[in-house]
Design a protein around this ligand. Structure first.
Ligand code: ATP
Length: 226
């Protein structure tokens, strides 16, 4: 489903060139639950941002489904993101003045759906992520784990082909991190959504069905487990 070929990304930092990704080629199948691990600076965020059509690449190709995203113009990428991708962030990135319900409904509002179509979908999704009864709370009235649940619901509400998560458990204590990971696994199973997430956390790596280990911009290990 995701085909990455000879992906190269350099950053110019003053006089020096940082080789963030060096010739990465990898396929990720539909429905896979994949962790990208590796030391700080190994290229995890860069790889996620390129797959997520947020950053551009220097050479190589990235194809998601039938579409080669690496050659898309900025505006096409933003349409592609809106229609096909969901994002989960380390710091949740919820809109602070909107309630849990409104945060989850937001992507559907952007797609132009009517409130009568939106409401049952959002209420069902909030129930799936364990937030029934909390729909009227704003983010500051929710714990970190509950806020991450809202952001998982928001990422999945459009039924995206692919969800990308940059260090989704990094701001959570280990028990809450485990709950969030279990929720992502459950959503992966129920909705058959492909997940790709970066992590430093050994527990998260252990739960992944596939582990891509990056070092200095290269994939040095690729393990599949069932
Ligand atoms: N905008 C930028 N300008 C210059 N160098 C950058 C930029 N973004 C990332 N880099 C460099 O590219 C390399 C890969 O960075 P990246 O953020 O992808 O690593 P990471 O594995 O996600 O790290 P961390 O685990 O610390 O978040 C690092 O050497 C980093 O310093």
């Amino acid at each position: 489903m995701i085909k990455i070929r000879n992906l190269v990304k350099d950053y110019q930092s003053g006089e020096t060139v940082v080789k963030a990704l060096r010739d990465i080629s990898v396929d990720i199948n539909s429905g896979e639950f994949t962790a990208i691990a590796g030391p700080s600076g190994s290229g995890k965020t860069t790889m996620l941002n390129i797959i997520g059509c947020i950053d551009s690449l220097d050479s190589g190709t990235v194809t998601i489904g039938e579409q080669e995203v690496s050659t898309m113009a900025k505006i096409e990428k933003s349409f592609f993101r809106r229609e096909n991708l969901g994002f989960i962030f380390q710091s949740y990135n919820l809109i602070p003045v909107l309630t849990a319900y409104e945060n989850v409904a937001f992507p559907l509002n952007l797609l132009g759906l009517l409130e009568k179509e939106i409401k049952p979908r959002v209420m069902k999704m909030l129930k799936e992520v364990g937030l029934e009864g909390m729909e009227h709370r704003v983010p500051s009235q929710l714990s970190g784990g509950q806020q991450q649940r809202v952001s998982i619901a928001r990422a999945l509400i459009k039924n995206p082909q692919l969800v990308l998560a940059d260090e989704p458990t990094a701001n959570l204590d280990s028990n809450t991190g485990r709950d969030i990971l279990d929720l992502m696994l459950k959503m992966n199973k129920i909705h058959k959504t492909t997940f790709i997430f970066s992590t430093h956390d050994q527990m998260v790596m252990d739960c992944a069905k596939r582990l891509l280990y990056l070092h200095d911009g290269e994939v040095i290990k690729d393990e599949r487990r069932e």
